[in-house]
Design a protein around this ligand. Structure first.
Ligand SMILES: Cc1ncc(COP(=O)(O)O)c(C=O)c1O
Ligand SMILES: [Zn+2]
Length: 428
């Protein structure tokens, strides 16, 4: 094979391998998902630490994510990049930490500070880099809102046309506007995201269209960089837990892949993964419980897993009843000795408000993760004092409606009178 990387089917009884670029579709002939395989690379743990530390804060590597290129895609020399990965990792403020409980060493990765305001950019940069190398004239995705903005941005940067399929009325207005201004052509469909995904998968399979969704395995390659970056941030030590919301499952898939990649390169990557779903869209949580919870095996969980019809939730970006990456989620959670948790609507809403009152303006999906973590702490799944890193997947600014009401109508408007304003403040 000329390429240093290739695809392999995740189904261990198939394990078919494909040359990159040889398949217009991005799933196996057996219909299972594909992994990107990078043949074992030279270098000890110390070699990689030296290499990546030398790239940190180096002007030649303006994207934190692409600093880890050898573990992402060594086949790309000129990535389509917008500076993805340059996000803060912050210690949870006291109020939020107390709300979660367990006296944790709690940190939050603010993925909302990525170029289009969500974690999707980390994966979209390698995906569009591949689309460009492949010579794709256009790319298509379906989305709960953030994938569409990310694909639109990177396609625009690469000079490739972008089409996005959205479930009408089920994504926020901010998200639609963002994709539109970034030049994407919007196609609204009736139904839920799961209905749109069926159309998207058929467009890829029957029409050979290039997908922007996470079935395209280079998305997951890029998302892994969060793990590398966090571990580097903590002096190449591993937190006890990574916590992420689960919709389609790209976060959990890539967290697990990142840990496995580092293990193959000599690191003692022992972190566990906690996937958190809302009560309205919880097929992986329900099946994990049914398979025995903490005793669930990969095979046992796969056997009882079934998609669900989603209910209503303010965590619309993860409102998915038939996640395409369900098998990867099960693989990574079980390999990492991880767990699933669930958050009720009231809990995830409260998490967003507590985070905001602590100074962090997070999206409802981040609330889903924080509330799921709180429940996992209460259940004893996450031990007290654990070192925990929560992936806050998007900026709260993309999801203001559930909290805003009508801010101007009925508001009292005062004169520009300093004494009056002062007395208002003093009386409060
Ligand atoms: C903000 C946000 N959070 C969470 C998710 C869930 O992502 P996944 O389940 O693919 O990890 C999505 C997208 O689907 C999202 O846009
Ligand atoms: Zn296969």
């Amino acid at each position: 094979m000329n390429e240093p990387v290739y695809y392999r089917c995740i189904n261990e009884s198939c394990n078919a391998e494909y040359l990159i670029g040889s398949r217009p579709t991005f799933t196996c002939e057996c219909d299972d998902l594909l992994d990107v395989i990078i043949p074992k690379q030279k270098g000890s743990r110390e070699y990689w630490i030296g290499l990546y530390n030398s790239r940190r804060n180096c002007a030649r590597y303006p994207s934190r994510a692409w600093q880890f290129a050898p573990w992402v895609d060594p086949g790309i020399t000129e990535p389509v990049t917008l500076g993805e990965g340059n996000v803060p990792i912050v210690e949870a403020p006291a109020r939020l930490r107390q709300w979660v409980g367990g006296n944790l060493r709690l940190y939050v990765v603010l993925e909302g500070k990525n170029p289009t305001g969500s974690f999707k950019d980390r994966g979209m940069s390698p995906l569009v880099s591949r689309a460009k190398k492949h010579g794709a004239k256009f790319v298509v995705c379906t989305s709960t809102g953030d994938t569409s903005a990310a694909l639109a941005a990177y396609a625009a940067a690469a000079g490739i046309r972008c089409f996005v399929i959205l479930p009408y009325g089920k994504v926020t207005e901010e998200q639609v506007l963002q994709a539109k201004l970034l030049g994407a052509t919007i196609i609204f469909l009736k139904g839920s995201f799961d209905d749109c995904m069926r159309v998207q998968l058929e467009l890829v399979k029957h029409y050979g269209m290039f997908p922007g969704n996470s079935i395209m395995p280079f998305r997951i390659q890029g998302h892994q960089t969060l793990i590398f970056q966090v571990v580097q941030h903590f002096g190449w030590t591993f937190p006890d837990w990574f916590v992420a919301p689960v919709g389609n499952g790209s976060n959990c898939s890539s967290l697990g892949l990142g840990l496995r990649t580092m293990r193959e390169c000599g690191f003692d990557a022992t972190s566990r993964i906690l996937g958190c779903q809302s009560e309205a869209a919880n097929p992986l949580y329900l099946s994990w419980r049914e398979a025995g919870g903490m005793k669930a095996t990969r095979e046992g969980w796969e056997k009882v897993y079934k998609p669900i019809t989603v209910g209503e939730t303010i965590a619309t970006a993860a409102r998915i009843g038939k996640p395409v990456s369900w098998k990867k989620v099960i693989r990574e959670i079980t390999i990492s000795n991880g767990a699933m948790a669930m958050a009720t609507e009231a809990q995830l809403r409260e998490a967003v408000i507590v985070a905001a009152l602590s100074g962090l303006f997070l999206c409802p999906q981040s609330g889903q993760a924080l509330a799921g973590l709180k429940n996992a702490v209460a259940e004893g799944i996450v031990a007290p004092k654990s070192h925990v890193v929560v992936v806050s997947t998007a900026d709260g600014l993309k999801f203001t409606k559930p909290f805003s009401g009508n801010l101007f109508e009925g508001a009292t408007v005062h004169e520009c009178d300093t004494d009056e304003v002062a007395s208002l403040i003093m009386a409060a």
